[in-house]
Design a protein around this ligand. Structure first.
Ligand code: PXL
Length: 272
């Protein structure tokens, strides 16, 4: 029987982020994906690809979760973009209604290109209501700075300290991602597991950010956990999967190229 993975996340209409990426990743990794949509993001090409954001009504989110969790026995879930305090309330309630083997939280505070500010209530609600349910959380440099409350993160030591502080907020495992913005030649991720630190490095693929890398990484971790992998193995594999996807990126007219979730499978087929 195929393993199942669940995702609660936003739709991103260009296909480069959000639930589209999550479900593509699940499919590539051989798990049956089930998805609940929290919001619809449609970038505006007439206006510098700025964000047009429409939240889904809380009752409709609750209905989707009811349908998904009644149809299937789901025990591994990824949480992506939630977007509003009302959405966070509904999702937090649903997470509390059953036990989960893993809740993987990609703490999307803001999307690339979006203005900081406005979202403070959402950030606070995410930290207070969703983070305590998470077993694994995957903040990028910006999210790690906000969630840890550190003034800045400019080194692997800072990133490790941020991961330690975020773990104090609830999740056992923190995957703090340095990405292209952390100085150095490598893209460094720090995995914090109950006090134990593992530093994962891969050479940076260029110095430009790519859309969908965070979604892909967290979805790949989720898929591997759904199949029964341990967290360290899931994270290590997910980094390989995402790095291959960045190398095999899809060019787009948006300001950022986008990750190709089929790249690792293509690379492995070529090696055979
Ligand atoms: O990459 C973060 C992200 C996640 N989810 C949705 C998004 C974005 C960024 O645009 O739109 C729905």
């Amino acid at each position: 029987m195929v393993d199942l993975a669940y995702v609660i996340a936003g739709s991103e209409a260009t296909g480069g982020a959000g639930i589209q990426v999550d479900l593509k990743t699940f499919q590539e990794l051989g798990v049956y994906g089930v998805g609940t949509i929290t919001c619809i993001v449609s970038f505006d090409p007439k206006n510098g690809w700025s964000h047009r954001f429409v939240p889904i009504a809380p009752e409709v989110i609750a209905d989707q979760i009811e349908a998904a969790t009644s149809a299937h026995d789901l025990d591994v879930v990824k949480i992506g973009m939630l977007g509003t305090p009302d959405t966070i309330d509904v999702v937090a309630e649903a997470l509390g209604k059953q036990s989960w083997r893993h809740v993987v939280l990609d703490p999307v505070l803001i999307c690339k290109g979006q203005e900081p500010g406005a979202a403070l209530d959402t950030d606070t609600a995410l930290r207070e209501k969703i983070l305590p349910h998470a077993t694994v959380v995957t903040p990028n440099l910006f999210e790690a700075t906000v969630l840890s409350g550190m003034p800045e993160i400019t080194s692997v030591d800072d990133l490790t300290e941020a991961a330690r502080r975020i773990a104090d907020l609830g999740p056992r495992y923190v995957v703090a991602k340095g990405g292209v913005e952390l100085p150095g030649d490598d893209a460094v991720d720090v995995l914090f597991d109950d006090g134990e630190i593992t530093v994962l490095s891969a050479p940076k693929v260029g110095n430009e950010r790519v859309s969908g890398a965070g979604c892909t990484l967290a979805a790949a971790i989720t898929a591997e956990l759904a199949k029964g992998a341990g967290v360290e193995d899931a994270v290590t594999f997910a980094k390989e999967f995402t790095t291959a996807g960045i190398e095999g990126r899809v060019a787009a007219n948006t300001p950022f190229d986008t990750v190709w979730q089929g790249a690792l499978v293509e690379q492995l087929a070529l090696e055979d």
